[in-house]
Structures are given as C-alpha cells and as structure tokens.
Design a protein around this ligand. Sequence first.
Ligand code: FES
Length: 143
Amino acid sequence: MPMYSEKVMDHFMNPRNVGEIEDADGIGEEGNPVCGDMMTFYIKVKDNRLEDVKFQTFGCGAAVAVSSIVSEMAKGKTLEEALTITPSLVAHELEGLPKNKYHCSNLGAQALRKAIRDYAQKRGITIKGLEMKGEQDEEGEES
Ligand code: FES
C-alpha cells in the first residue's frame, strides 16, 4: 500500500483555493511548533455561508493536501456546518493519512475554525459549535 492515497497526492500536486483573500472577513492562522509548519485560512462570508475560502500553507505535503481539501469541504457551507469539520473527517475525506501525519489534518481544521472565530469576534456574534473545549489548549503560549 502506498504511503499516501491518490487523493492526497492529487491535492498536493494540484492544491485548490491557494492564495489570500485581501478583504477577508476572517483570518485564522495555525502552526505546529514541532514540525514548524504554518497554515493561514481566509474566509469570505455571505448570508452566514462561506462564500469563499482560500489558504496559504508553508508545510509538508500532507499539510498542503489537508488545506486544499478543507477549503473544498468548507466552501458553500454555513458557518455552523463548517465548524463540524474535524481532523478525522479531513483524514477520511483524503482517503486516509499515515499515522504520523494526523497532526497535519489537525492544523487544517484548527486554522479554519480560527478564521470563523475571527469573523465571529469581529462581528460580535456567537456561532453554534464555536465554543468547544480543547480549543484554548493550542493558544496562549505564543509570545
Ligand atoms: Fe507538520 Fe505536516 S508535518 S503539518
């Protein structure tokens, strides 16, 4: 069995939605201090839906594939639906990830989540599913 699924390879070689949204409604950045990989998600929201999603990723191949699939999964969804995108769902959508690459899918789900939270904070609104435990864990350590 190859280490990466064809879907991972496809999204790595031809990542969708790469780039920056200049007038983004929300921006979320997530990094992993261990591997040093970084991901930034930009979202554009209209009528509570993710009208556009773009990303910039400086990371491993799996991280690129993860960001690409997350952007595809999120686009067109309502904010509430987008918040149900979990790392395991991302890995599933990619037809599996090697075990030592699971954290890469975590990065994608978290970066999208942070972008949605950024949007919610700017608007002063609450979104169902946004306040979930385990989220603060990753924060507060940045200088
Ligand atoms: Fe860290 Fe992939 S090795 S995001």
